[in-house]
Ligand binder design. Structure first.
Ligand SMILES: Cc1cc2nc3c(=O)[nH]c(=O)nc-3n(C[C@H](O)[C@H](O)[C@H](O)COP(=O)(O)OP(=O)(O)OC[C@H]3O[C@@H](n4cnc5c(N)ncnc54)[C@H](O)[C@@H]3O)c2cc1C
Length: 252
């Protein structure tokens, strides 16, 4: 329990069974994505923005010709409901509260803490919002308070006034009392729609061998993306080897 005192967290000793601390790498998503984009360009990638409609399997040849590529990797997230006809995908909305963490509103927090799962009440659809409240220090001077999952919600219409958002904020304040200094005007709500799926779809298409799927990362896209991308490269390498063996055999 000395950890709780040391970090200035609530002394909820009667409710807490265990407390532990670990050192983990943390990804600051905007910074990571900016870096990743720069790395792609540095390695010669080109970015072409356009919207594709209809099943990918029916237009792979046309797309390969149009873009001069040999393989297509489908990373379209929820777009795969239409592009891959995937009925297992569902939107899962989440809200995060962003606040300034430069010491001007409350003593600066330089750690991340996650509580136990708890109910923040019901949302507009009567769905129970149940999640562990967390407080994550991100970047030099901001803090993320979060979060929750609303299955089958894909709209961005979320406000701090929603009772379950208020409740989540209250739970974060209870976890870390120095946050009681926050007023609603200090809090910025950000909304994201996760590409929900029980498992990531990470495979070569069974009908069209030059098409690969890598989508449905749900709540773990930042965590998994490096590994799933590496797995796709491995699958493409296998396909290239297979093709070169066929060409070699054809020449003999
Ligand atoms: C509140 C919240 C908190 C989160 N916290 C974490 C966390 O702590 N750790 C973690 O690992 N992950 C977290 N995530 C999840 C993570 O953000 C997602 O898993 C990740 O962003 C999914 O990335 P993606 O590229 O697969 O899909 P997306 O980001 O949805 O990208 C899909 C892309 O495909 C494009 N597209 C779709 N359809 C078409 C089409 N027909 N034609 C052309 N383009 C198309 C879209 O425009 C989009 O650019 C969180 C998400 C939310 C919302």
């Amino acid at each position: 329990m000395s950890l709780i005192k040391e970090k200035g967290l609530s002394d909820l000793s009667e409710k807490i069974k265990d407390v532990f601390s670990v050192v983990l790498p943390v990804i600051d998503s905007p910074q990571f994505l900016t870096w990743l984009m720069r790395e792609c360009f540095r390695k010669g990638a080109q970015m072409i923005q356009c919207s594709i409609r209809g099943l990918l399997t029916e237009q792979v040849q046309a797309l390969k010709l149009a873009y001069g590529v040999q393989f297509i990797v489908n990373c379209s997230g929820l777009g795969s409901i239409d592009l891959a006809g995937d009925k297992e995908l569902f939107p899962a909305r989440g809200g995060i509260l962003k606040v300034k963490n430069d010491g001007s509103l409350f003593p600066k927090i330089d750690f991340c803490v996650k509580g136990c799962g708890m109910s923040h009440g019901l949302d507009e659809d009567g769905q129970e919002i149940f999640s562990p409240p967390y407080i994550f220090a991100r970047g030099k001077d901001h803090l993320l308070l979060g979060s929750f999952v609303q299955r089958n919600r894909a709209d961005h219409n979320l406000s701090l006034a929603a009772p379950y958002v208020q409740k989540m904020l209250q739970h974060c304040k209870e976890l870390c009392p120095r946050l009681h200094a926050l007023r609603d005007s200090d809090v910025q709500v950000t909304v994201g729609i996760r590409p929900g799926r029980e498992w990531v779809r990470l495979e070569q298409d069974s009908d069209v061998p030059s098409l690969f799927h890598n989508y449905g990362h749900y709540k773990w896209g930042m965590t998994l993306c490096w590994g799933t991308a590496a797995d796709i490269v491995h699958l493409i390498d296998n396909e290239v080897n297979k093709m070169s063996q066929i060409t070699h055999a054809a020449k003999l």
